[in-house]
Design a protein around this ligand. Structure first.
Ligand code: TRP
Length: 388
C-alpha cells in the first residue's frame, strides 16, 4: 500500500481552514516519526475538534478573533525536543472557535473535551470540579477554553485543557487561580508562586499522564535575564544560570542585556510593544507546597526581525542543550513554503521546560499562519533614521 500523506480520507479540501491545518499536521506527524495510521487519526481528530470552522474557505477572514495565535488561526503546533528521541508533536486548538461569543465558545469547548474523554476513556472530574470558576454565565477575557493534544504513537493523545483565570474579570484572576488550586488539593500552591503582572492561564492534564499537572501561567512584563533566572520555585533546579542563558539566547541579548532586535532601547522613542515573557508552574504532588515543574516562554517573534533569526536562536538553544535540531528545519517546511526571512511569527515562542527528575526540554511553538504572515521588521531606512 502506498502512503497518501497529502490526501487523507475525511479531511476537507486544501483551501479550507480544516484542510490546510490537517495537511500541516500530517506532515508534522511525519517529522515527529508517527506512522501513517497515527497521522491520519490525528489529522482527522484535529478537523473534528475544529468543528464547523474546519470547512470554512481560507479566502474568508477568520470566523472569530482568537488570542490563540497572532493571525487568529485557532490552531498552533509545538515540538518538544528531548534527548535521544524524535521530538514530541503537540497541537493546540480552540474548539469553540466560530461560536457566537465567549460563553458559547466555552460551552462548545467543554462539550468537545467531554466527547474526547468518552472516546479515549479518561475522566474529566478535575475539570468538572472547576466549571463554575472558569465558566461563569457572562465570561470575560481573552479565551474560554483551549485544548492541546500531545500526539503519542498509538493514536490516543494526551490531553491538556487551558482555562481563563480572568473569566470573572481580571480583578478576580488571582483569587480564581487560588481557589482552583485549592479545590484540586494543592492547598499551599498559590502562596508558592513568584510575583508576576498577571495570571494568564490555568491548565489541567487530562487522560493518560503518569503525573497529571495543574499548571499556572504567569505574565512578566519587561523581564530581565536575571529576573527570569529567579522565577522557578521548584526544589533543586533549574539552575538560575541555565534559565538566564536560555532567556538571553532566545531574546537575542548579549551578556549586558543589550538587544539588537525590534523593541530594543536602541534609537529614539518607544519600541513596538512586546508580549510579556511567561512562566509556568506545574503542581503534581498535593502533599508538597512547591511546584515540581517550571517552564519559561519567550515570545521570540517580538524579539527578532524575521523567522530566520528566530530559527537560528532555536537551533543555538537546541545545540546548547545537546538536542538534535534537524527536525526543526523539517517542521518549518511542513507548515509553510515561505522563506523564514520573509516574515516573523512562524516561531511564536521558545520555551525551556524543567520537570523534576527529567532532562530539560526545549520547545518551539510553530504558527499555522493560515490567515496572515506578519512582515519582517526591515532595517531602518535612511529617511526614518534622519526623521525629526
Ligand atoms: N497567542 C497567545 C500568546 O501569544 C497564547 C499562546 C499561544 C501562548 N501559544 C502559546 C502562550 C505558547 C505561551 C506559550 O500569548
Amino acid at each position: 500500500m502506498t502512503a497518501r500523506p497529502l490526501d487523507p480520507p475525511d479531511v476537507p479540501g486544501a483551501d479550507t481552514l480544516g484542510g490546510l491545518t490537517a495537511r500541516q499536521l500530517l506532515r508534522l506527524c511525519e517529522v515527529a516519526g508517527l506512522d501513517t495510521a497515527d497521522r491520519e487519526v490525528y489529522a482527522r481528530t484535529l478537523t473534528e475538534m475544529l468543528g464547523p470552522v474546519a470547512g470554512r474557505p481560507l479566502d474568508l477572514p477568520p470566523a472569530t478573533p482568537t488570542f490563540l495565535s497572532d493571525d487568529h488561526t485557532p490552531v498552533e503546533y509545538s515540538l518538544a525536543f528531548v534527548p535521544d528521541a524524535a521530538p514530541t508533536l503537540r497541537v493546540l486548538v480552540e474548539p469553540g472557535s466560530g461560536a457566537g461569543g465567549l460563553a458559547q465558545n466555552g460551552r462548545t469547548g467543554l462539550r468537545v473535551v467531554r466527547d474526547a474523554a468518552r472516546r479515549w476513556g479518561f475522566t474529566t472530574d478535575p475539570l468538572d470540579e472547576l466549571e463554575d470558576l472558569f465558566f461563569p454565565p457572562s465570561p470575560e477575557g481573552p479565551l474560554a477554553l483551549w485544548c492541546a493534544l500531545e500526539l503519542q504513537p498509538g493514536g490516543v493523545p494526551k490531553v491538556k485543557v487551558y482555562l481563563n483565570p480572568a473569566a470573572s474579570g481580571q480583578a478576580r484572576a488571582a483569587e480564581t487561580v487560588a481557589e482552583a488550586l485549592r479545590r484540586l488539593g494543592h492547598r499551599r500552591a498559590f502562596a508558592a508562586l513568584p510575583p508576576s503582572d498577571r495570571h494568564l492561564f490555568f491548565a489541567l492534564d487530562l487522560g493518560d499522564w503518569d503525573e497529571p499537572r495543574a499548571k499556572v501561567y504567569l505574565a512578566h512584563q519587561d523581564l530581565t535575564a536575571a529576573e527570569a533566572g529567579a522565577l522557578s520555585r521548584t526544589e533543586g533546579g533549574p539552575p538560575s544560570a541555565l534559565t538566564e542563558t536560555f532567556f538571553r539566547i532566545a531574546a537575542g541579548q548579549d551578556a549586558d542585556g543589550d538587544a539588537a532586535g525590534p523593541g530594543s532601547t536602541e534609537g529614539d522613542g518607544p519600541g513596538p510593544v512586546r508580549r510579556p515573557v511567561q512562566s509556568c508552574h506545574a503542581f503534581t504532588d498535593t502533599a508538597s507546597s512547591r511546584p515540581s515543574g517550571f517552564t519559561l516562554y519567550v515570545p521570540v517573534r517580538d524579539y527578532a526581525r524575521h523567522d530566520g533569526e528566530a530559527l537560528a536562536r532555536a537551533t543555538a538553544l537546541l545545540d546548547h542543550h545537546g538536542l538534535d535540531s534537524t527536525a526543526l528545519a523539517r517542521a518549518v517546511t511542513a507548515v509553510t513554503s515561505r522563506r523564514p526571512e520573509d516574515g516573523v511569527g512562524l516561531v511564536a515562542y521558545l520555551a525551556l521546560a524543567h520537570q523534576q527528575g527529567r532532562p530539560p526540554r526545549v520547545t518551539a511553538y510553530i504558527s499555522s499562519e493560515a490567515y496572515e504572515v506578519r512582515p519582517p521588521v526591515g532595517p531602518l531606512s535612511a529617511e526614518a533614521a534622519i526623521a525629526p
